[in-house]
Write a protein that binds this ligand. Structure first.
Ligand SMILES: Cc1cc2nc3c(=O)[nH]c(=O)nc-3n(C[C@H](O)[C@H](O)[C@H](O)COP(=O)(O)OP(=O)(O)OC[C@H]3O[C@@H](n4cnc5c(N)ncnc54)[C@H](O)[C@@H]3O)c2cc1C
Ligand SMILES: NC(=O)c1ccc[n+]([C@@H]2O[C@H](COP(=O)([O-])OP(=O)(O)OC[C@H]3O[C@@H](n4cnc5c(N)ncnc54)[C@H](O)[C@@H]3O)[C@@H](O)[C@H]2O)c1
Length: 470
């Protein structure tokens, strides 16, 4: 069998699978090389298991809200109690089903799967360690789609006693950690912190500085901070961890740790310390030193506007390029690259502007475009000269008028220039996750405030506020 392909992808995550599938659909001879599970981060230790847990936390809140809607729900004793193992088993079973589906589907789609760790030997040759046997492969086009991995701090004694997000999904199978400390103030930290809070754990968040969610609109940062406070999450933002100490097995059978701070204070009896302090691109394990591919100081692969690296015939897509590390971005880049390389569609270029994103906190956050702060920096506030103007509202959504647990919704539109083109839309509140996609289409098409105002509202839904904002 020839080991030469039209296209090989290193990595079979969101990006790698999408380029492989698209290239194969045009008749190219394609292989993906994967050293872990098909589907990569999103399916196995990211979006998918996270969203299942997010739903579960929503169900937990729903049980409590049910009483406020007149249901005779008795939550005393074991009634309404979460069976953590059952939830995790079901979640993993669901993921197992996706992986089984890939097995059948990829063969049918003409994508060969090579299991093993890939490493470049030169600009055209890849060596794969398949169960200890080294096999070389060549391809006209090679796509680096090896993603990233979560980091833990190297300089804190005992940091290895904590988990990262991979460990959160892979190791916490049987017992729900009762006392959880999450370090970080970004997407992963806050999603995991809020879902564990929703599932009833005692959660503390440790992050550097103030506020959380650096780069997000200030309204979103403040609203989420307030919600975390209202929900009873503990916050530590000035304390610096000096070391993590093993406390042995706790009463529930989980290994417990003590977190010690430089000021002498401590958090004891922590069942689960979760590091969510960022991710490192997987450029250090694929033999790039044997190629002429340029790697940035941040460890990401340098690409041009067409995802081409500094070597002809080597491309990079997804998290590895460090631009908008999101699954649909990796997928869209892969499909467009496939269309350009094999589909005769050279115009299919990926745009990294105005990408909508949702954070699955409780409540969820939906955001697209510039924050107010960024827009002010770029355009200023002189509307007659292209500056920005801000429309915002906050309210208690109708669902929560009936519940004791109140969760406010905040919405903000940032418009630019005299025709009030929308350059930013930020929502935190019930339903924001499902609300944003349609608005994102309109905003990407260049919608103005007048276009929003001319759209007849749907009533009674929270989204109507976006087309009636004063
Ligand atoms: C906890 C968490 C939650 C997330 N939630 C969301 C979300 O809700 N929505 C969203 O859009 N995004 C989310 N993301 C981000 C999303 O998962 C990534 O943006 C996406 O998976 C990137 O796809 P990728 O193909 O670039 O990389 P990956 O999916 O990471 O795939 C890379 C693959 O390459 C493999 N690989 C690495 N090195 C080698 C090698 N040498 N040889 C062979 N194979 C190799 C890896 O094993 C991996 O399977 C989340 C991420 C995390 C961690
Ligand atoms: N819902 C989603 O779409 C979703 C969910 C999860 C992740 N993601 C993607 O994955 C990417 C990575 O997420 P992430 O949470 O790993 O990164 P992030 O950049 O969002 O957050 C990292 C956080 O760690 C903090 N930090 C860094 N070093 C620290 C240290 N030494 N001590 C304490 N805190 C420290 C940073 O201040 C920041 O708050 C995101 O940018 C996002 O694109 C998306």
């Amino acid at each position: 069998m020839s080991n030469h392909y039209d296209l090989i992808s290193i990595g079979a995550g969101s990006g790698g699978l999408s380029i492989a599938e698209r290239a194969a659909s045009y008749g190219a001879k394609v292989a993906v090389i994967e050293n872990k599970e098909l589907g990569g981060t999103c399916v196995n230790v990211g979006c998918v298991p996270k969203k299942v847990m997010w739903y579960a936390a929503g169900v937990a809140q729903g049980l409590m809200d049910a009483q406020d809607y007149g249901f005779d729900v008795d939550l005393e004793g074991d009634a309404g109690k979460l069976n953590w193992k059952k939830l995790v088993d079901k979640r993993e079973n669901y993921i197992g089903g996706i992986l089984d589906w890939y097995d059948g589907y990829l063969g049918g789609a003409g994508v060969e799967v090579i299991e093993g760790g890939a490493k470049f030997l030169d600009n055209k040759t890849i060596e794969v360690d398949v169960d200890g046997e080294k096999i070389t492969y060549t391809a006209d086009n090679i796509v680096i789609a090896s993603g990233g991995r979560p980091i833990i701090p190297a300089n804190i004694e005992g940091s290895e006693l904590g988990l990262n997000s991979d460990g959160f999904f892979q190791e916490l199978h049987d017992i729900q950690p009762k006392k959880v400390v999450v370090v970080g103030g970004g997407y992963i930290a806050l999603e995991l912190a809020m879902l564990m809070d929703g599932l009833g754990s005692d959660v503390s968040v440790l992050h550097q500085g103030w506020p959380v969610l650096e780069g997000f609109d200030s309204t979103i940062q403040a609203a989420l901070s307030q919600q975390m406070k209202d929900d009873g999450l503990k916050r530590y933002h000035d304390e610096i961890i000096s070391k993590v100490v093993d406390q042995g097995e706790g009463p529930d059978g989980l290994k417990q740790v003590t977190i010690e701070f430089e000021d002498g204070t401590k958090i004891t009896d922590v069942d689960s310390l979760i590091w969510a302090i960022g991710r490192r691109p997987n450029t250090d394990n694929i033999g790039l030193e044997n190629t002429d591919v340029e790697v940035s100081p941040r460890g990401t692969v340098v690409v041009d506007d067409y995802e081409k690296t500094t070597v002809d015939g080597i491309y990079a897509i997804g998290d590895i390029i460090g631009k908008a590390p999101l699954t649909p971005v990796a997928i869209a880049a892969g499909r467009r690259l496939g269309d350009r390389l094999y589909g005769g569609k050279p115009e299919r270029k990926m745009s990294y502007d105005d990408i909508a994103t949702v954070m699955f906190t409780h409540p969820p956050i939906g955001t697209i475009g510039m924050s107010e702060e960024k827009a002010l920096e770029v355009y200023g506030d002189d509307v007659a000269n292209g500056g920005i103007k801000v429309y915002k509202t906050d309210f208690v959504p109708m669902y929560h008028t009936m519940t004791r647990h109140k969760v406010k919704t905040h919405m903000k539109l940032i418009v630019q220039g005299e025709n009030e083109k929308i350059v930013g839309c930020h929502i935190i509140g019930l339903g924001a996750d499902e609300m944003l996609q349609g608005f994102a289409v309109a905003i990407r098409m260049g919608a103005t405030k007048a276009d929003f105002d001319d759209t007849i509202a749907i009533h009674p839904v929270s989204a109507e506020e976006l087309v009636t904002m004063k």
